[in-house]
Design a protein around this ligand. Structure first.
Ligand SMILES: NC(=O)c1ccc[n+]([C@@H]2O[C@H](COP(=O)([O-])OP(=O)(O)OC[C@H]3O[C@@H](n4cnc5c(N)ncnc54)[C@H](O)[C@@H]3O)[C@@H](O)[C@H]2O)c1
Length: 372
């Protein structure tokens, strides 16, 4: 294998049929570092082994780029309309040996903190304790819940870094596709640094104005990222057309909604010079090529959106200074995420400036070599 080649096959794939109940799904452990791997659990009707494997590879890449000593994994459960609690109890019994063996499985699409509590309890798994590792002095929720905005923080750092690298001066006009946990945190981060949010989109359409008041928008949004139209300030423009967020004139576009938002079919409509992926796989390969061809700077999700995963991995690998009081501990994690995202963004853009083609494989190869 030469330095640029990625390892091909996952370390192992476990097919789930259920223990003491039936279940269909997979756990893909893409890579192990020091016997550890981690990733979220996704439950959708259409999830496939291929999708889980792709997401597990993404986790490997994120941790490699961030310099975290843990491998990438992902779990997928095919949603079957059976009793939710029973499903997660069965899941907990089935993946029990993996959880206790260093494969930490968290939350992803379709799985809530309450579901996680069910499968952790059924497996008798508490991430505070692991053979051979020091105990965490606080429980998982006390550590993790205050870090909800860590992903948005990192995405914001990537955006500011990319704007600076392009020589952008003064406030940038920003469009944010997706106003969920990530989109809202990015909006607050960028507004606090003097940038102007001119467009936001949720699944129902796009809201735009010369300047959108972020606090008022957040107040009109529910926890699922639905913006209540009746609560909006006067003078905003509403567009229901699909991808209308692409038509708002802006310097920066943040993709914080679903996968493949940017494709070969719509990339020619890009107006912003900088695109940052807050969502996983927010653009596909063809869209990235088109964007690069049009001179657009794109920061991929594996660099920008590591905040949530990195926060969890920092605890699982016991890198967090748990002795710090709550506020200082949160600041430490946010600074750690911001530093890694800034460095990776700068290094990626430097590689991109030096040659044609996707710069990510070269950066990954460099980080893999550093980790050895
Ligand atoms: N939350 C995290 O820490 C985190 C970490 C890494 C990646 N991600 C990914 O980032 C994305 C956003 O995460 P989140 O936690 O903010 O999700 P969320 O469910 O809280 O919010 C999603 C937002 O996207 C909007 N949306 C969905 N489909 C859309 C469409 N077709 N057009 C426009 N808007 C659409 C929704 O209305 C909502 O505002 C997801 O893909 C998620 O998997 C999240």
């Amino acid at each position: 294998m030469n330095a640029l080649e990625e390892p091909q096959a996952p370390a192992f794939v476990t097919r789930l049929h259920g223990s003491g109940g039936s279940l269909r799904g997979w756990v893909v452990v893409d890579s192990l570092v020091d016997g550890l791997a981690m990733g979220g659990t996704r439950m959708t009707a259409g999830v496939s082994e291929e999708e889980v494997a792709g997401l597990a590879r993404d986790m490997t890449d994120k941790f490699t780029l961030a310099g975290l000593r843990i491998g990438g994994a992902k779990a997928g459960i095919v949603a079957g309309g059976t009793d939710r609690e029973e499903t997660f109890r069965t899941f907990g019994r089935t993946v029990k040996p993996l959880l206790h063996g260093g494969i930490h499985l968290g939350i992803d699409m379709g799985v809530t903190p309450a579901d996680r509590a069910v499968f952790f309890a059924e497996a008798g798994y508490d991430p505070r304790f692991r053979l051979g590792a020091p105990d965490m002095p606080i429980d998982w929720r006390t550590y993790y819940e205050p870090l909800i905005d860590a992903t948005g923080h990192g995405v914001g750092v990537a955006a500011v870094t990319a704007l600076e690298a392009r020589g952008h001066q003064g406030p940038a006009r920003v469009v944010i596709q997706g106003f969920g946990a990530v989109g809202r945190a990015v909006a607050r981060f960028l507004e606090a640094r003097g940038h102007i949010v001119v467009g936001v989109a949720d699944v129902q359409g796009t809201i735009s104005a010369d300047r959108l008041p972020v606090a008022a928008l957040v107040a009109a949004t529910d926890t699922f990222g639905h913006i209540e139209r009746s609560g909006l300030p006067q003078g905003v423009t509403l567009s229901e057309g699909a991808d209308a967020w692409l038509d708002v004139d802006a310097d920066l576009l943040v993709l914080a909604a679903q996968k493949h938002a940017l494709t070969a079919e719509n990339a020619h409509r890009l107006r912003a010079g900088v695109v940052v992926e807050g969502a996983n796989l927010a653009s596909n390969g063809a869209a990235k090529e088109k964007a690069a061809g049009a001179g657009v700077t794109l920061v991929p999700g594996v660099i920008a959106n590591i905040g949530g995963a990195a926060s969890a991995a920092l605890a699982v690998t016991r890198v967090v200074p748990f002795g710090l009081e709550a506020g200082a501990r949160k600041a430490w994690v946010f600074d750690w995420v911001g530093d890694r995202v800034r460095q990776n963004t700068m290094d990626l853009l430097e590689i991109a400036a030096g040659r044609a083609g996707d710069p990510l494989p070269e950066l990954l190869a460099a980080r893999r070599a550093e980790r050895r």
